[in-house]
Write a protein that binds this ligand. Structure first.
Ligand code: 5GP
Ligand code: MG
Length: 181
């Protein structure tokens, strides 16, 4: 794999799609073990656009009855979080009394997930879980945020690919790339 350029920045190969697949196998097994035999139909909530690939790959591995919804939020401009979370697309399913598994691309400060959990619980969700492809544990600001399912921990650098963008480019890369300093 070679370095790539998106807009003004250069990124180098970081995590291959094969490695991501193995991580997703492991995290899906954990989720299946926890939800196996459940008599509710949990709602899997894809947080667009970043988690579109992770959601697709995760869903294929989940083996309990579930429903899928998607939501669009944003808190990032360029390579830095703005700290402000916006919901730019709504939910269609009723959340009342339901368990919701949020599927996120990456958790950094945790503000996005904290705000989303609060919103979902405000709409009646009985319990919310976070399943994230990537987690930057050293960057977490919301110290009491429970990140239930993490496919892979990474360091503090900015990454793109596998759904993640740099100003909207790079989402279609099947591997993950890291900012080359
Ligand atoms: P948080 O609210 O946890 O700080 O940020 C979460 C959101 O910021 C993620 O859903 C993702 O959209 C974006 N984000 C955080 N770190 C990165 C990164 O390294 N690369 C990209 N492309 N987006 C990131
Ligand atoms: Mg996101």
């Amino acid at each position: 794999m070679e370095k790539i350029t998106l807009h003004d920045k250069v990124f180098r190969p970081y995590i291959t799609n094969q490695e991501l697949s193995a991580d997703i196998d492991a995290v899906a097994a954990r989720i299946n073990a926890d939800f196996e035999g459940c008599d509710d139909v949990p709602l899997v909530l894809c947080v667009l656009n970043g988690s579109i690939m992770f959601t697709a790959d995760l869903l294929k591995r989940l083996n309990f009855p579930l429903e899928l919804n998607s939501i669009k939020m944003s808190s990032y401009v360029g390579t830095e979080s703005t700290g402000e979370v916006k919901v730019t697309m709504g939910l269609t399913a009723s959340l009342v009394g339901r368990r919701v598994i949020i599927v996120e691309d990456i958790v950094e400060s945790g503000y996005t997930m904290e705000a989303l959990k609060k919103m979902l619980e405000g709409k009646g969700a009985s319990k919310t879980y976070i399943a994230t492809m990537l987690f930057k544990p050293e960057m977490l600001k919301v110290k009491d945020l429970k990140v239930d399912y993490v496919a892979r921990n990474i360091a503090n650098d900015f990454v793109v690919g596998y759904g993640l963008d740099y100003n909207e480019l790079g989402r279609n890369l099947k591997d993950i790339y890291i900012l080359d300093k």
